[in-house]
Design a protein around this ligand. Sequence first.
Ligand SMILES: *Cc1c(COP(=O)(O)O)cnc(C)c1O
Length: 358
Amino acid sequence: MSEKTPKLRAALDGIPTYKPGRPAPDGPAAYKLSSNENPYPPLPGVLETAVAAAGAFNRYPDLACTGLMAELAERFSVPLEHLATGTGSVGVAQQLVQATAGPGDEVIYAWRSFEAYPIVTQVSGATSVKVPLTSDEVHDLDAMLAAITDRTRLIFVCNPNNPTGTVVRRAELEAFLDRVPGDVLVVLDEAYREFIRDAEVPDGVDLYRDRPNVCVLRTFSKAYGLAGLRVGFAVAHEPVAAALRKTAVPFGVSQLAQEAAVASLRSEAALLERVDALVAERARVVDALAGQGWTVPESQANFVWLRLGDRTTDFAAACERAGVVVRPFAGEGVRVTIGESAAMDLFLQAAEEFRKAL
Ligand SMILES: *Cc1c(COP(=O)(O)O)cnc(C)c1O
């Protein structure tokens, strides 16, 4: 056998592998609150549609996602040419970086934010420019503007931000967009859009219309409960949407995913009722935590953030002993997905006991 090993791109050295939320351990009351998943099982009609589509999985899916694209165009009142689908919005985010940035180029994003950003940036060979959140855990848009250089190709704005749940509002976001050079793509990652109740948070689909350098990312994984099927989409002007069609893995979005996504859009009322229930549960959890004495940033997403610093790992372990798996970011804090009420009760009890023992 040859001593040699295949030459891999140096850009891949040191890329952290994406860490999925830990599954719940076996046990009678073990809940996974570590991946921002929707706790509700598939909606019956959506499940039936997906099961029926499974009967043809010897065939390739519709490459152009024709049915889903038509449904999205109507739902968001955008031209078909402004849409692109992908294998989850993470897949689309990776394509966007691939399409805009390579070695020597820079991608700006807030930190801490979504952990896929550093990965997709490094895979492209581009350089990450991480701009710290403010002390209120919010995007520091002024600092992000100041970080723009001739090498900047793309800026992610995660709104609401994962993992802090915080938002940027209309006036500040518009002022920011007005100042970003037109040849820099701004990606508004709105994975949690449906959970927003703050009327001052703009809808990216409104903002993109007269801004050719703005792209909006949406997903079926969170509010629509299709995380396991991998389907998301982008809304952007034609050159960007066309670049997404070029960088797509052919047949990446399965027929199951396409048909389940269409069925979900047609069952939106029932799905959004579930989102309302999760938003109500979010308020209950935030109030209870505040009552226990915790400082919780206002969350507009389906999770809450506790900045625990050095106590992060201990807190996560205490939650796990209580039957809930949360997402620790060692040395920083813990993100807790809003799930079933029974799970949140276990979490709140663990949080209260932890706090009393401090
Ligand atoms: C969950 C999430 C996504 C969506 O991921 P999918 O690939 O669509 O499942 C995108 N952006 C952020 C910030 C997220 O938290």
